[in-house]
Write a protein that binds this ligand. Structure first.
Ligand SMILES: CC(C)(COP(=O)(O)OP(=O)(O)OC[C@H]1O[C@@H](n2cnc3c(N)ncnc32)[C@H](O)[C@@H]1OP(=O)(O)O)[C@@H](O)C(=O)NCCC(=O)NCCS
Length: 156
């Protein structure tokens, strides 16, 4: 059984750097950002969302703990946001480390945050997934997420 551990400050430091690079890479791959300033752009977005790191109000960052009750197998981060007056949870990041993928960890982490989100009095969870990330899309479909809109882009 997977458990979620509030992210430790020491873990957060390396998580942040890794996530800034991954998010920059994803945005380059999707054609949204130019390579020259992608890392800087990513860094700005992370710092805007997490000005106080793990202690930022309304931001919930967790380490996903493996079956051995010890190893950090991945990370999940959601926030409480307002969209046109409606408060909901929004998943900003999910990552399962490569050796632990396809073992049900992401599924279990999502079940765990559904309980936390309900306990916060919220009734929905939103997220964004890149068009090229077909694996994550398959996961979210399996978990019951529906597409609410779609951005499209043609590279010329
Ligand atoms: C996407 C990701 C979070 C999935 O985590 P995971 O722990 O491997 O997912 P699960 O084991 O819970 O998978 C549940 C189901 O989702 C689907 N799925 C998950 N990864 C998939 C993949 N790479 N390709 C196709 N389907 C996939 C499958 O239906 C899977 O069930 P199955 O293994 O019985 O076939 C993980 O691959 C990852 O961290 N990738 C890199 C970061 C990333 O893309 N994060 C998502 C950002 S939106």
């Amino acid at each position: 059984m997977t458990t979620l551990l509030p992210m430790r400050t020491a873990v957060y430091e390396s998580y942040l750097e890794h996530s800034i690079l991954s998010y920059a890479k994803e945005n380059i791959q999707s054609g949204r950002w130019r390579e020259e300033n992608a890392i800087e752009q990513s860094r700005i977005e992370f710092h805007k969302l997490l000005p106080q790191g793990v202690d930022t109000p309304d931001q919930y960052l967790f380490e996903i703990i493996g079956k051995d009750n010890q190893s950090t197998v991945g990370f999940i981060w959601f926030a409480v946001v307002s969209d046109k007056g409606v408060r909901l949870a929004f998943v900003y990041d999910l990552e399962i480390k490569a050796p632990y993928q396809r073992q049900g960890y992401a599924t279990q982490a999502f079940k765990a945050i559904e309980t936390l989100v309900s306990d916060l009095g919220l009734s929905s969870i939103g997220l964004h997934v890149f068009g090229h990330n077909t694996g994550a899309q398959a996961l979210y479909r399996q978990l019951g997420y529906e597409v609410t809109g779609m951005n499209m882009l043609k590279k010329l």
